[in-house]
Structure formats: C-alpha cells, structure tokens
Design a protein around this ligand. Structure first.
Ligand SMILES: *[C@@H]1O[C@H](CO)[C@@H](O)[C@H](O)[C@H]1NC(C)=O
Ligand SMILES: *[C@@H]1O[C@H](CO)[C@@H](O)[C@H](O)[C@H]1NC(C)=O
Ligand SMILES: *[C@@H]1O[C@H](CO)[C@@H](O)[C@H](O)[C@H]1NC(C)=O
Ligand SMILES: *[C@@H]1O[C@H](CO)[C@@H](O)[C@H](O)[C@H]1NC(C)=O
Length: 337
C-alpha cells in the first residue's frame, strides 16, 4: 500500500465526488469502539456515510479505523480549542445533520473544514509512523492537494476547498525540527535531527488564530472565471494562508435556531479573565449569576522513605459564574435612568 494510494483514498472519501458537504463523515466519531469492522457488512452500520463512501469502506476495510480515529480527533480538538468562545463547537456533534452554523459558508465551517483536512493528514502520518498502516512507515508527510473540476463550481465548494488546503498547509508548517545530541559525555559531536509531527491541538490553535482573522470573500468574475476575492478590500487574490468565509455569523449571544446560534445562557464564564471567556464578553453584557462549586484536590502530601508519596483529599468550595439568560428588568431600568 503506497502513500499515494492512501492519500487518494482519504481524499476520495472526504470529497465524495466534489459534493460540498465534506464534513458529514465526522459522524463516524459515534462509531462504537466495540464494532470490529472486519466484515464488509459493517460498513452499512456506520453513520453519516453516503453510498460512494460505503463502497470505499467495503473495499478498504483496514483503513476505516484510521478514518474513525481522525473523526474523533476533530471533534475532541475542535471542542477543546473553542471551549472559551461563545461558539464552542458543541454543534459539531450533530454530524451528519448540522445546523446552519456549519451548514452554510461561515467562519465556523471554515475552521472545521481546515481542521478536518489537517486531522486527516495528521492521522495518516501518525498511523504510518507507528506502523498502524502497513507499507508507509517512513518518508515525507503525505500531503493531499485537492483537485477538482474548475468549471461550474459553486462558491461554497471553492470556499471549502480553499479552507481545507489552508488546514493542510498549517499542518505542513507545523512540522518542527527536533534534534538529539550524541557523543562523549553530551559533547554533541554527533547530532541527529528530524522533522516531527506536532500535536493536532497546536495546529488547531494556529487555525483558531486564522479563524479570528478570517477574510470575508465574494464570488466574483476576475479575468475569464469567477474567483473568491476579499469583499472589503481592493481586488486581490485570497492568500493561501488565510481562512475565508462567505456568510457572516451571528454574535452567538442569544439562542436562535434559525441562524444556528445556541446562545450563551448558562455558559460558564471567568470573572478575572479579560479574554473571550470573560463574563463580560461571554455573557454579552447580560450579566451573570454566581454559584458555589466543590472541587476535590490532593493535599497534605507526604513523602515516605523510600520511595512513595501519600496524599489526602481535600474539598474546597469555589465561586463560579454562569451567564444570565436575559438582562434583568432591574438593570434595564437602571440603564434607562
Ligand atoms: C471479527 O472480529 C471479531 C471480534 O474481534 C471476531 O470475533 C470475529 O471472528 C472476526 N471476524 C472475522 C471474519 O474475522
Ligand atoms: C457549549 O455551548 C452549549 C450551547 O450554549 C452549551 O450547552 C454547552 O454546555 C457548552 N459546552 C461547554 C463545554 O461549555
Ligand atoms: C480565569 O482567568 C484567569 C486569568 O486568565 C486564570 O488565571 C484562571 O485560571 C481562570 N479561571 C478559571 C476557573 O478558568
Ligand atoms: C488583559 O489584556 C491586556 C491587553 O489585551 C494584556 O496585556 C493583559 O496581560 C491582560 N491581563 C490579563 C490578566 O489577562
């Protein structure tokens, strides 16, 4: 099994002949881990796959665990990366039936496409180096350039392809040089270096910064074809490193299913932070309610000769805060005066 084959397989799987719903496969994260996936009829039991993907599954059963693993990584990493934001990526778990926040050409879907693409390459690379995928143990990181018919493509499709490419480039850029010294008493007379894979979490943080500075684009004729070009600036091509989106998102302050917003009522906020998880930003100025929470910690730890540590468990109460649903009447009235 060559790397080229693997990359082609994963691409075929994710792209599904160019339909633009390239993140429905993330529903694979729900696959029960007890499902052995060693018989072709198991493919029908997987959620979120279209007919062409079920066929790919049947003919490449041994690769499915890797794809399922990638889906799990995307969900986990997205939720973690956005846990301090109003939009906290919880809706990704609705896969394959997304709400509008991920169904349309939004900033949020730009991030999820980029992360998914990075995760696929990341998972292949990792599975190759650990020997989980036979026949691809060493060599350069597999990259998967997208190919598609340019004519007749929709703006959304262009957007998703662009953002997926940004994700893969972010993975490539994150390959860091690691070195190790050998030699007499650490003299470093011999040094070996290699390029190592970073954690997906770090790549996701890089992509989150790109999400925060993403560029709104429009589908506009440029030369003989239509391209995505930045909406607010003079005509310039979009950069290969920037995430792009077509539709603005709501501020996610209030619940509004019509626009895919869950709102931030009852979300926990941080009174001392001045970042996006601060009570002011998280609660959109509506205010917050304190509540007491118990935390259990290890305490009174003692070292015993030789060699172990024993600790006691201590309980401590801490004050936490959750966002109010609405501005209270009282503060409304106060504002009015
Ligand atoms: C599939 O895996 C299950 C559980 O590991 C095992 O019991 C079963 O025999 C396997 N079937 C085949 C066809 O290999
Ligand atoms: C994420 O946001 C949703 C909707 O506001 C909320 O129900 C959920 O508890 C949040 N998750 C976390 C981990 O804060
Ligand atoms: C709140 O934010 C502050 C400052 O960023 C941080 O030190 C603290 O750990 C945070 N508290 C919680 C409960 O996350
Ligand atoms: C608050 O924000 C400022 C500027 O954005 C930053 O320099 C400062 O370190 C932040 N303070 C805390 C406690 O996070």
């Amino acid at each position: 099994m060559t790397r080229q084959f693997l990359v082609a397989f994963f691409l075929a799987f994710v792209l599904q002949n160019g339909t633009c719903n390239g993140i429905k496969w993330l529903a694979l994260f729900k696959t029960p881990s007890v499902l052995a996936l060693n018989q072709t009829q198991h493919c029908k039991q997987l959620e979120g796959l279209v007919v062409s993907q079920v066929q790919l599954c049947r003919s490449n059963l041994e690769l499915m665990q890797t794809i399922i693993q990638a889906a799990r990584e995307v969900i986990k990493t997205c939720r973690k990366t956005f846990s301090d934001m109003r939009w906290n990526c919880s809706s990704i778990e609705l896969a394959p039936n997304y709400l509008l926040d991920l169904e349309r050409g939004t900033r949020e879907s730009a991030f999820v496409y980029a992360l998914s693409a990075a995760a696929i390459s990341h998972t292949i690379a990792r599975a190759c180096t650990t020997g989980d995928l036979p026949g691809c143990s060493c060599g350069p990181i597999p990259d998967a350039p997208m190919k598609m018919k340019k004519s007749g493509s929709q703006a959304n499709k262009l957007m998703h392809l662009h953002n997926s490419e940004v994700g893969r480039q972010a993975l490539k850029a994150s390959l860091e040089m690691k070195c190790k010294c050998h030699g007499v008493s650490g003299s470093c007379s011999i040094k070996t270096c290699w390029r190592g894979l970073q954690e997906l979490r770090d790549i996701a943080l890089d992509l989150k910064n790109k999400y925060l500075s993403a560029t709104k684009v429009v589908h506009r004729p440029m030369g003989t074809r239509k391209h995505l070009v930045p909406k607010d600036l003079d005509i310039r091509p979009v950069k290969e490193t920037e995430l792009v989106y077509l539709q603005s998102s709501p501020d996610f302050c209030m619940k509004n299913e019509k626009v895919g917003s869950h709102g931030t009522q009852d979300r926990q906020c941080n009174k001392t932070s001045n970042g996006s998880d601060s009570c002011d930003l998280m609660c959109c100025g509506r205010g917050y309610n304190p509540y007491m929470d118990k935390v259990v910690e290890r305490c009174h730890c003692k070292y015993h000769w030789c060699c172990y540590v024993t600790c006691k468990k201590c309980e401590r109460t801490v004050e936490r805060y959750v966002c109010k649903l609405e501005t209270s009447r009282f503060s409304d009235r106060r504002k009015a005066f």
